[in-house]
Design a protein around this ligand. Structure first.
Ligand code: AR6
Length: 189
């Protein structure tokens, strides 16, 4: 099941597409990983990507940790590796913020989408698949996470990226993203 949307009258802007499914099965130039700052794996999307992508991704992450990212990847930043055995060309790892009721970390969540798109564009990626970052183990409410995701991608996605795909694991998340797209004024095409 998928929905394709774009700002009306602005067909040069990247399309935003909603897909229900498993992000590791996506045929996109870039798959974004909802990682943690260790870059050495975890559960959720991260676990699935390393499981299906094979050891080449972890090897590349270890190389990053041995070099520029010795202290780990900071929250809100993004870095690319090989996609190993996945159909994608690259995995872009980003670290979402853990949700807090004491502190507004929305800017860090927006930064994940923005920085991932920047890294993807620098690689020459045309299609980028995102999960709903921070909305699983990191506890971000899906509605707010969807609103931040949609708004940031609408503002930040530029050529060579021509399609941004949100891959939602279940029907409830899919519907919440569809509502966020509609509320953002994105019209189906
Ligand atoms: N495809 C698409 N979406 C998925 C998949 C999948 N295969 N698996 C889960 N989701 P999460 P986070 C959804 O927990 O909240 C890891 O341990 C899931 O239902 O993967 O950013 C990392 O190492 C949820 O809506 O990421 C970090 O420690 C969304 O993807 C931590 O989890 C994100 O859930 C990151 O937590």
């Amino acid at each position: 099941m998928s929905t394709r949307s774009g700002p009306s009258g602005q067909t040069d802007r990247p399309a935003i597409v909603l897909v229900r499914g498993d992000i590791t099965a996506q045929d996109a130039d870039v798959i974004v990983n909802a990682a943690n700052s260790s870059l050495l794996g975890g559960g959720g999307v991260d676990g699935a990507i390393h499981r299906k992508g094979g050891p080449a991704i972890l090897d590349a992450c270890r190389t990053l940790r041995a070099g520029h990212y010795g202290g780990g990847l900071p929250t809100g930043q993004a870095v690319a590796t090989t996609a190993g055995n996945l159909a994608a060309r690259w995995v872009v790892h980003t670290v979402g913020p853990v949700h807090s009721t004491q502190e507004d970390r929305s800017a860090l969540l927006a930064s994940c989408y923005r920085e991932s798109l920047r890294v993807a564009a620098a690689l020459g990626a045309e299609t980028v698949a995102f999960p709903a970052i921070s909305t699983g183990i990191y506890g971000w409410p899906m509605g707010d996470g969807a609103r931040i995701a949609v708004r940031t991608v609408r503002q930040e996605a530029t050529a060579p990226v021509r399609e941004v795909r949100f891959v939602l694991f279940d029907q409830a998340a899919y519907e919440i993203f569809a509502e966020a797209l509609a509320a953002d004024g994105t019209t189906p095409r």
